[in-house]
Design a binder for this molecule. Structure first.
Ligand SMILES: [Zn+2]
Length: 274
């Protein structure tokens, strides 16, 4: 029987903000029509390996990782990936190279920590088969079939890069990391087909979670931004885990009060067809 052609999609590995316990921290995979993967951020620990396993994604097939910024909930999973891939490489079980894309300061941080926390057998393949690529704001890189333009998202807390790309299906997708959209990016994001934007909680919960103090949004503000930017599909992530059972339903309901397009509020391990 002919293998069914797979669709370009997002595999959502984690959906939580930094302090969530009942879901993993926000990270996801962009998978193309050929099932090749770009992993975007890695969450805060070894659970990245579990999330990949539970999504039926073989780490040996991942050759591209984009890291946004140096907060623990985005990069600590990276050390487990490097440890695991070093082991695979030493055993002859990983083909090709692992390419990691990040801004200059982040590369410096990752490099420092790696040699502090991993023994030499787990750092052996760095700069040989594990390649760190330093990217600049607005720099374009060809990753798989994607022309990825890295974007400094003008984060207030920590330098942070998102990206914009055109998908294989011709639609545009923008990832804005984990802070609220900054007006200076308007031109890059206007009319996007897909916008991936954080929202920490519902507007009605803002007094409890105080998202604005952390440069985060509510579902209401994320939705108003998407409406204002004439986005077609909004994916909301980096959210609280206080009511996971009802999160999807409640967030979508609030989002539709302010945004006319399609809203996706994934749970961990959800797949979104692009
Ligand atoms: Zn975060």
């Amino acid at each position: 029987m002919a293998k069914e052609k797979s669709k370009e999609r997002l595999v959502i590995l984690g959906t939580g903000h930094a302090m969530t316990l009942d879901c993993y921290n926000t990270c996801f995979i962009l998978q193309n029509n050929n099932q090749d993967c770009i992993l975007v951020d890695t969450g805060g620990g070894i659970q990245i390996i579990k999330q990949l396993r539970d999504s039926n994604i073989d780490l040996k097939k991942i050759h591209h990782i984009i890291l946004s910024h140096k907060h623990t909930d985005h990069i600590l999973g990276m050390f487990w990936i490097i440890r695991t891939i070093n082991k695979y490489l030493s055993n002859g079980e990983y083909e090709g190279k692992l390419n990691v894309y990040m801004h200059r300061e982040l590369e410096s941080t990752i490099r420092k920590i790696i040699y502090e926390v991993l023994s030499t057998k787990y750092t052996r393949w760095i700069d040989d088969k594990i390649i760190f690529h330093i990217v600049e704001d607005k720099e374009k890189r060809k990753i798989l079939n994607y022309n990825v333009m890295f974007l400094d998202v003008r984060a207030k807390k920590e330098k942070q890069f998102g990206f914009k790309t055109i998908l294989e299906n011709g639609k545009s997708l923008v990832f804005l990391g984990d802070e609220t959209f900054d007006e200076s990016l308007r031109k890059e994001i206007l009319n996007s087909d897909w916008l991936l934007h954080e929202a920490m909680c519902l507007d009605t919960e803002a007094d409890i979670f105080k998202p604005y103090e952390k440069m985060h949004s509510t579902v209401k503000t994320a939705s108003q931004i998407a409406q204002n930017l004439k986005v077609k599909n909004l994916v909301i992530y980096h959210s609280s885990d206080n009511d996971l059972i009802n999160r999807k339903q409640n967030y979508i309901k609030e989002a539709h009060l302010y945004f006319d397009g399609n809203v996706f509020v994934p749970d961990d391990l959800d797949v979104i067809e692009l």
